[in-house]
Write a protein that binds this ligand. Structure first.
Ligand SMILES: [Zn+2]
Length: 298
């Protein structure tokens, strides 16, 4: 009896065929969440019948918070991005291919506008997660996503069973296999995974991990990080002892890109004279408040 970990993304979930369904706060997002929870339930139910003792889920999309507890099978536990509890088997479900794959649905690596390479080849989230799991000795039993994601998985992880649920029509649009049909095939695949523990494969990376990062839009901030070196071709290079350190570093850089976007947004707003006037007002109010509260003592 094994402890199953599902690492679930959203873009490669059965039935999700529009980018908007993956964007938090968009009116179509709710339908995306429904499809996401449905797919987790199908896998969990089949896994528990087929020999899993527990089912834990890491909600990988956009830093988590997408899974709706109310819509999930009560036996599924939502867990943080921490592998220390120990798992016997992992599934990578609902994935998209790496940045730049022209045949992929919502191709990106960790965020839009960022490319990641390691050991001299471009990699995507599938490799980052598989290596992170591999460092903890956790084997992968199944990978699912759009056609381009499963082809990428096949190149990197040829020993692992795959499940394809859609193909891209453009970056933000896909044509899905009917959801019921996809889930029927998924049930059969999950059963087979538990019948064939010999095919569960651990993918440990070569460490240390020499990596390179490239940003689509110029941004001065990441180059300031002391452990990144800017190279003549515009890529940033570095080395980490563990894959998780690279994932965390990418999260930091992602925050820097968001900061840049926010600055651009504020500057665009400030070009409107009315907004500029209001911003000056807010600043003056803030200064008055600071003067008033300046002598605060704990
Ligand atoms: Zn995602």
């Amino acid at each position: 009896m094994s402890r199953l970990l599902i690492v679930v993304d959203m873009e490669g979930i059965s039935g999700i065929e529009r980018y908007e369904q993956c964007v938090r706060g968009h009116p179509e997002y709710e339908e995306g969440v429904r499809l996401l929870c449905n797919e987790v339930n199908v896998i969990a139910e089949t896994a528990l019948k087929s020999g899993a003792r527990t089912v834990s889920v890491i909600d990988w999309h956009g830093g988590g918070g997408n899974l709706d507890r109310e819509k999930l099978d009560s036996r599924v536990e939502i867990v943080p991005e921490d592998l220390s509890p120990g798992y016997d088997l992992a599934f990578l479900i609902g994935f998209h291919p790496m940045a730049g794959d022209p045949a992929g649905f919502i191709s990106h690596t960790m965020r839009q506008g960022l490319a990641v390479a390691a050991h001299g080849q471009q990699i995507g989230e599938l490799a980052l997660i598989a290596w992170w799991l591999g460092e903890h000795g956790i084997p992968i039993g199944l990978i699912s996503g759009d056609r381009a994601a499963t082809s990428e998985a096949d190149r990197f992880f040829p020993d692992t069973p795959l499940h394809t649920v859609k193909r891209a029509e453009s970056w933000g649009r896909a044509a899905c296999v009917p959801v019921e049909q996809s889930h029927e095939a998924l049930r059969t695949r999950v059963e087979r995974v538990f019948e064939q523990p010999g095919r569960w494969t651990v993918y440990p990376p070569t460490l240390p991990l020499a990596f390179r990062l490239k940003l689509q839009r110029p941004n001065p901030l990441p180059g300031l990080l002391p452990w990144l070196e800017e190279q003549s071709d515009g890529w940033l290079a570095g080395e980490v002892a563990r894959t998780r350190d690279l994932i965390d570093l990418i999260d930091v850089i992602s925050g820097m890109i968001n900061l840049q976007h926010r600055n651009d947004y504020i500057q665009a707003l400030a070009r409107d004279p009315n907004v500029r006037k209001r911003m000056n007002q807010v600043q003056q109010e803030r200064i008055s408040q600071q003067i008033e509260e300046g002598h605060w003592s704990p």
